[in-house]
Design a protein around this ligand. Structure first.
Ligand code: WT7
Length: 634
């Protein structure tokens, strides 16, 4: 049997067993037979979760773009690699073949080199979902520069802090972005961010909207002008297996976002393998992942996973509601999409609209549906299954994280069982365990605990950029010798996992991972705010939305004006995605005697779970709890 493609349940069982009994042999077999290497590894794996230190394919040399592009040219050069669907449905879509992709990536790679970018340098990419985004990512990888894609919905301040954290030398952006009926001034945001970023030497600007933009001579360059004279060939940099491929920022419970570092060979092997199997990709499929490349889902299953398999990947610039709520379904029919991968929040938002947006579309090309980013509720699962999959498409509820690089727990469509709201079974190489609050592994099969992993898989993030100690502390210090995910999970009698949600101070709002601390910091910046605490409450479309409990320096302040002003502070510091849905202004926040805010109580109040508040008598100020309950927003 081929270890690479799991075709039936026996394959899954056999591969799973092999991956546990002899993980090095298992992954070496896949790595040997499905990728091209400049030099093979000397050792497959070396790891120690205590340090922590994880190395895969030690000593191997490669370039991931040779695997994503060059090796497909001989047989599949004319095949579409990227199928671009613009925001405006009347603008024609674009097919970029593997041959064209090779040329465009090489040209941009040459431009980067000409602008002084060398192996190991960091390049920040702040672009809309246009082909140049994927091309820029690959161009960085071509020359060994480390890409750091920042989602183009983040504010200037959030962009600046990410640029500074990894001292990026260059920013690649565009004159603007089309989003529904809006044009976002991306270049203006970059210009503002760059007033605080000493490391940036040059800015490459993609022309997309034709908007009027600011220009800084000797720093800003039109990409299309530089490309005119760039050579169409660029030898790939020879990278070490463990050289960083990219940095991607994710929210932390406290402080600065964490720059998760993914390295080359392990990430390549794992994303390719999981793409193939989780989506049961076949040669002529048209795969569409709706996630922005600014998130890990877009990196792994919008770009790298599909291209590593020589697939056609759809890239959509717009939003699901423009020009109306049928846009996704229209695109699926137009391009005959076979696998469609999106987030529960998008499904809920579309399910809320009239079915007449769905009914005119055949959706017959679809074979597999996927979801990712947060737990999917029963209702959304059935709507997706019944109305989009028409009962014929297995739904893969894929659980993973920015930190894991690739999908860890998921059904295999047509091969393993799907169960609504369950991510079900671990993929080969993945060893989940559930831990109790005392730090012990729960051995019973049926259990409820904190989800950890006890063995490294090839695409686990290797560190946090510039802060290895924070990496250790965040993921490896809660439980002895285990990677802690931050999620809670249930396991049924058959070993299927159901992810129940975050057990830390991270809240997933519309599939976006947000830390409460940075939002509280933004709220506290408002001159009238004394203190704040933010919790999540269930929301029909967003999954969770944010509820802020805020004390003011002046109790007579105009609360309606404050609501807007505080949200503007958040928008400026982080981005509109972190705005609060509810703000309750209160005379105090419940605190322990040592002065810590009791978020647990506020969470219960926000979720309207007043019966289970627990003992509040030991608080410093139990009386404020009564006040907060009285005035709570429902
Ligand atoms: C967190 C990671 C991985 C790509 C997108 C999010 C939650 C993710 C699922 C799922 C339940 C899920 C977890 C996880 N999550 N997928 N299928 N079921 N929860 O990446 O922003 O790093 O967020 O998203 O809580 O820890 P991320």
């Amino acid at each position: 049997m081929s270890n690479y493609h799991l075709q039936n349940f026996a394959d899954y069982l056999e591969s799973y067993k092999k991956s546990i009994d002899s993980p090095e042999e298992f992954w070496a077999d896949i790595a040997t037979n499905h990728f091209i290497w400049q030099k093979k590894w000397d050792q497959v794996l070396n790891w120690d979760f205590k340090k922590p230190e994880i190395n895969w394919f030690i000593g191997a040399k490669l370039n991931i773009t040779e695997n994503c592009i060059d090796r497909h040219l001989a047989e599949n050069g004319k095949k579409t690699a990227i199928l671009f669907e613009p925001n405006d449905p009347s603008e024609s879509s674009q097919s970029i073949t593997y041959e064209e992709l090779a040329i465009r990536v090489n040209q941009v790679a040459k431009v980067l080199r000409a602008k002084g970018i060398e192996k190991g340098d960091r390049v920040c990419i702040y672009l809309p979902m246009i082909p140049e985004l994927a091309i820029s990512v690959l161009a960085c990888a071509r020359i060994g520069a480390i890409h750091s894609v920042v989602f183009a919905g983040f504010s200037a301040m959030a962009l600046a802090s990410r640029i500074n954290d990894s001292s990026c030398k260059m920013v690649i952006t565009s004159d603007g972005s089309f989003r529904g009926t809006k044009i976002v001034d991306l270049k203006g945001i970059v210009d503002e961010a760059l007033t605080h970023t000493p490391s940036v030497q040059s800015v490459l600007v993609v022309k997309r909207t034709g908007s009027e933009i600011g220009w800084v001579a000797k720093r800003d360059f039109w990409l299309h002008t530089l490309i005119e004279t760039a050579s169409a060939s660029c030898l790939p940099a020879i990278m070490d297996a463990e050289d960083p491929l990219f940095i991607l920022y994710t929210s932390g419970s406290t402080g600065q976002p964490k720059g998760m570092v993914h390295t080359t060979a392990g990430y390549m092997v794992y994303t390719a393998y999981t793409f193939k199997n989780v989506f049961q990709y076949q040669g002529n499929d048209i795969f569409w992942c709706t996630a922005d490349i600014g998130w890990i889902t877009g990196h792994s299953y919008g770009v790298y996973g599909p291209l590593l398999n020589g697939a056609t990947t759809v890239m959509f610039e717009g939003i699901p509601s423009h020009p109306d709520y049928s846009r996704f379904w229209q695109i699926i029919d137009k391009h005959k999409v076979t696998q469609f991968y999106t987030a529960p929040t998008a499904i809920r938002a579309l399910a809320k609209e009239d079915l007449s947006y769905v009914l005119p579309y055949h959706l017959k090309s679809l074979k597999v549906l996927g979801t990712v980013g947060e737990p999917i509720n029963d209702e959304a699962w059935y709507w997706y299954n019944d109305h989009i999959g028409k009962g014929n498409c297995p739904i893969v509820d894929t659980w993973w994280q920015t930190e894991t690089g690739g999908i860890l727990i998921s059904p295999l469509p047509g091969i393993t069982e799907t169960i609504p709201t369950y991510a079900t079974l671990p993929l080969p190489g993945v060893q989940p365990v559930l831990m109790n609050e005392q730090g012990e592994e729960i051995k019973e099969i049926q259990a409820d605990g904190r989800l950890c992993l006890k063995f490294p898989w090839p695409s686990i993030a290797r560190t946090i950029w510039g802060n290895h100690e924070r990496y250790r502390e965040t993921y490896f210090s809660t439980f002895n010798n285990l990677y802690f995910t931050g999620d809670g999970a249930l396991r049924d009698q058959n070993g299927n996992y159901r992810i129940t949600g975050r057990v830390d101070d991270i809240i997933i709002v519309s599939g976006h991972n947000l830390g409460t601390a940075p939002i509280e910091d933004a709220v506290n910046e408002h001159p009238l705010v004394a203190e704040s605490a933010i919790v999540g409450f269930p929301h029909a479309v967003k999954g969770f939305a944010l509820y802020g409990f805020i004390t003011l320096k002046d109790e007579n302040a105009n609360q309606e004006a404050l609501f807007n002003e505080i949200n503007q502070f958040i928008t400026n510091q982080i981005g509109a995605i972190a705005k609060l849905d509810k703000m309750q202004f209160t005379s105090g926040l419940p605190k322990t005697r040592s002065g810590k805010i009791m978020r647990r109580i506020l969470l219960k109040i926000a979720c309207n779970e007043l019966d289970s508040l627990g003992d509040i008598t030991t608080l410093l100020n139990p009386e404020v709890v009564e006040e907060i309950i009285q005035n709570r927003l429902t």
